[in-house]
Design a protein around this ligand. Structure first.
Ligand SMILES: [Ca+2]
Ligand SMILES: [Ca+2]
Ligand SMILES: [Ca+2]
Length: 294
């Protein structure tokens, strides 16, 4: 009898542990991405295990660069439907798509601030690529970088006080951090490679980015002060454009390791790299769409 009780206890523990493992191997948050699978670039969303892939924009225009609002209710993205690159916002189900920029320049790379009230983006409206911040209704636009180089791809610190970006102002593209008003610019990486596409960790301590320092584009992580830089991927093809999940557990990115651009997900330490898309078209620019509650 005691032996049977022990066997049942062991079985219960195994089932419980397996359940925990399964819960940690995915995420309740969703993944936004862009794909040309419907003939031209559109914005899609899927579950964090790759199921349930849905075209959100459904337009004849080119739509790309999606980013989800912190409460998961909105998606900002870029569209060319009005003749040039503009920042748009829509509801997370794809309804009510609105042009926020309405500027003849190229306006790209939008990211919501952590309080959901502002959107950072980059634009060449003043002659070269600079980073701008606007309110979520498109008003109150202000430029926050001013260098003759390319200043691009802003992402906010979790407390909203700072913005990480890449710039080639000092020759090659490197990571920089500034206050959210553009003051106090600090260089984070100091190498001769191209360091691109930074995304801030939800705990505020690290930044994930892409670099070709080891010969081809791979995903790296650094502490915010530039210390402890380490590589998470190791393939001879492109591993690019990483984005940290809202729960801090995962990093989504694009890899060409299976012959064409696909969205992958790995744990934040680089382990358990899993492919989420399986389509011959180009799938790129994964960003997480937070799912609140539950
Ligand atoms: Ca524009
Ligand atoms: Ca610039
Ligand atoms: Ca693909």
């Amino acid at each position: 009898m005691r032996q049977m009780q022990f066997a049942i206890l062991v079985a219960v523990v195994i089932i419980a542990l397996t359940g925990v493992d399964r819960a940690q191997s995915s995420s309740r948050h969703k993944v936004l991405f862009q794909s040309t699978r419907d003939g031209h670039s559109q914005v899609y969303v899927m579950n964090a295990d790759g199921t349930g892939q849905v075209n959100l924009t459904n337009t004849p225009s080119v739509d790309y660069h999606p980013h989800g609002s912190p409460d998961g209710s909105k998606v900002t993205f870029v569209s060319r439907r009005d003749g040039n690159n503009e920042i748009y916002v829509m509801n997370a189900d794809g309804s009510t798509q609105l042009n926020l920029t309405k500027n003849p320049a190229s306006d790209i790379d939008p990211t919501f601030s952590p309080d959901g009230k502002k959107i950072a983006f980059d634009s060449d409206r003043d002659g070269n690529v600079e980073i701008y911040v606007m309110d979520v209704d498109g008003t109150n636009v202000r430029r926050i970088t001013n260098s003759p180089g390319i200043d691009s791809h802003p992402d906010w610190s979790p407390d909203g006080s700072r913005i990480v970006f890449y710039s080639n102002r000092d020759n090659n593209s490197q990571l920089y951090i500034m206050n959210a008003d553009g003051t106090n610019v600090v260089r984070v990486t100091h190498d001769s490679s191209e360091d691109l596409f930074p995304s801030w960790s939800p705990d505020g301590k690290q930044i994930v980015f892409q670099s070709n320092r080891d010969g081809n584009p791979e995903i790296y992580v650094t502490n915010v002060d530039g210390s402890r830089q380490r590589r998470l991927t190791a393939n001879t093809v492109d591993d690019i454009a990483p984005w940290w999940s809202p729960d801090g557990l995962f990093i989504a990115f694009r890899s060409d390791r299976d012959g064409n651009g696909e969205i992958y997900r790995m744990k934040a330490d680089g382990s358990e790299q899993v492919r989420l898309t399986t389509h011959p078209a180009a799938d790129a620019n994964a960003r997480w769409l937070p799912v609140r509650g539950k």
